[in-house]
Design a protein around this ligand. Sequence first.
Ligand SMILES: Nc1nc(=O)c2c([nH]1)NC[C@@H]1CN(c3ccc(C(=O)N[C@@H](CCC(=O)O)C(=O)O)cc3)C=[N+]21
Length: 283
Amino acid sequence: MTIMDGKALSEKILKEIEQEHSELEKKAGRKAGLAVIIVGENPASQIYVRNKIRACERVGFHSETIRLDENISEESLLLEIEKLNNDSNIDGILVQLPIPRHIDGLKVINAISAEKDVDGFHTTNIGKMMIGDETGFLPCTPAGVIQMFEEYNIDLEGKDVLVIGQSNIVGKPMTLLLIKKRATVQVCNSKTKNLSEKLQKADVVVAAAGSPKLVKTTDVKEGVVVIDVGINRVDGKLWGDVDFEEVSKKASFITPVPGGVGPMTIAMLIKNTFKSYKQKIDN
Ligand SMILES: Nc1nc(=O)c2c([nH]1)NC[C@@H]1CN(c3ccc(C(=O)N[C@@H](CCC(=O)O)C(=O)O)cc3)C=[N+]21
């Protein structure tokens, strides 16, 4: 059994970007820049945003955090985005989700210039992913999972993959990227019948349901590859969607929580921001 070390792999990726960036920065005369907008005080969001800013510092990027009151109007938020769209020191913009319910999330995401949408949530980037146009940005979590498969030489061609969860930010894009790898993908949601039976047939499981210890030993087959995208805070402790302790006994490869997909998500955000920077300084 191999524990897939997302922390170590993300460090490796960040180190490479740091080096390449320090070279380019001299020629370009400016650093790559990421702006993070956070609306309200969601405690989990605070942690993730802090980790993102820390990663920027780690690789020598410029970063800005824009903290907005949870009662801000949609109009004012859109104005903030417009300023960043027009800011030539900013290559990547992200609005940390979730945002308050009185604001139209889709409208906000699509207000970000597609060329700066380093989350890969903009309609244009989703379209590019769908059709295989590689000039766009891939959503960070699914891209990070694919990167882990590649690092550990896990071939997905012809594999039966079970994706649990169908969110716009993980399950749906994950499915598209797995299809591109020629996997046979089945997508489950909370209405799915006989999840346990489906799990038993899967060669690879991607758990992104947000339900602690949903995937148990009895559910999986010997040698399964398990990717745990879940991040559940229970009594101040962090749990994935997988019962790691037990399932790791049967798995050939498994990601831990923390230290698995989370750090890879952040590495992909940095990678997307760097890609955007390179596209912009080339022009
Ligand atoms: N616009 C937007 N883009 C996102 O990419 C986005 C978002 N909104 N909203 C929330 C989710 C969640 N997400 C994580 C990022 C890092 C860790 C991470 O660093 N995890 C650490 C543990 C950190 C901890 O203590 O919680 C780990 O797994 O080792 C987790 C989750 C990004 N998201």
